[in-house]
Design a protein around this ligand. Structure first.
Ligand SMILES: [Ca+2]
Ligand SMILES: [Ca+2]
Length: 199
C-alpha cells in the first residue's frame, strides 16, 4: 500500500470539499447582497400580564410592525391602553454606536417620545428605561401621527429618516410605553414597560 499516495488523497478530498463549500458561501453572500429587497417588513407582539403592569386591568399588548424603506424606517406601534391621556407616550432609542448595548443618558444619542394628539418630545434614555425629557415640552410632531379608540387603544404611525437619525438595518432598538396617569400619582414602575429587540 502506498501510504504517501493515500495520505495525499486524504488531504486533497477534504480540501476540495472545503473550497467548494467556501465558494458556495461566498456566491450566496454576493447573491443575497445583490438581491437584498429595498423594502421589507417585520412584526412582533409583546405582552405583560397584570402582575407586571397597572396600565390595563388584563394583559397589556404592544404590537410593533416595522418597515425598512430606502430612506425611512417606518413603524406602526399598537398599544391596547384603555384610557387616553395627553402624557401617555411611546419612547424609542437606538444603539446608534453599534456596541450591542443601548446606553442611557445620551451615549447613544437622543431618545424620542411620541405622544397623543401628534405631539413629540425629545430627550435621553433614562436609567429606568423611560425617557428623561429635555426642557421645552411637547411640540407638533414631524415624525408620527397617533389615533386612539376605546375599543382598541392607541395606534402610533412613526416614520424616521434613516440619515437624520443615523440608523440602518439591523439595529438594536429600545421601545417603552408609559401610561400618563402615573403623572397624577407619582412615578410607579408599574405604569411603565419597555423591551429591547433588533429591527
Ligand atoms: Ca392611558
Ligand atoms: Ca450603544
Amino acid at each position: 500500500m502506498n501510504l504517501a499516495k493515500y495520505g495525499l488523497k486524504i488531504l486533497i478530498i477534504p480540501s476540495l470539499v472545503l473550497l467548494t463549500a467556501l465558494g458556495l458561501g461566498i456566491y450566496q453572500l454576493f447573491y443575497a447582497n445583490l438581491h437584498a429587497p429595498e423594502s421589507f417588513s417585520r412584526s412582533s407582539n409583546f405582552a405583560w400580564s397584570p402582575l407586571y403592569q397597572e396600565i390595563v386591568n388584563g394583559t397589556l399588548w404592544i404590537n410593533v410592525t416595522w418597515t425598512w424603506q430606502t430612506e425611512n424606517l417606518s413603524m406602526t406601534v399598537k398599544v391596547n391602553d384603555d384610557d387616553l391621556h395627553y402624557l401617555d407616550y411611546v419612547g424609542i432609542a437606538f444603539d446608534r454606536n453599534y456596541n450591542g448595548v443601548i446606553e442611557s443618558l445620551g451615549k447613544d444619542g437622543g431618545a424620542l417620545g411620541f405622544f397623543p394628539y401628534n405631539q413629540y418630545w425629545g430627550g435621553l434614555l433614562g436609567p429606568l428605561g423611560g425617557i428623561s425629557f429635555a426642557s421645552g415640552g411637547l411640540s407638533p410632531s414631524k415624525y408620527h401621527t397617533c389615533t386612539f379608540t376605546n375599543e382598541t387603544g392607541y395606534e402610533f404611525r412613526i416614520s424616521l429618516p434613516k440619515t437624520l437619525f443615523t440608523i440602518d438595518h439591523p439595529i438594536l432598538m429600545h421601545l417603552c410605553y408609559r401610561d400618563g396617569k402615573c403623572s397624577e400619582v407619582g412615578y410607579p414602575e408599574s405604569y411603565h414597560v419597555f423591551i429591547e429587540f433588533e429591527v
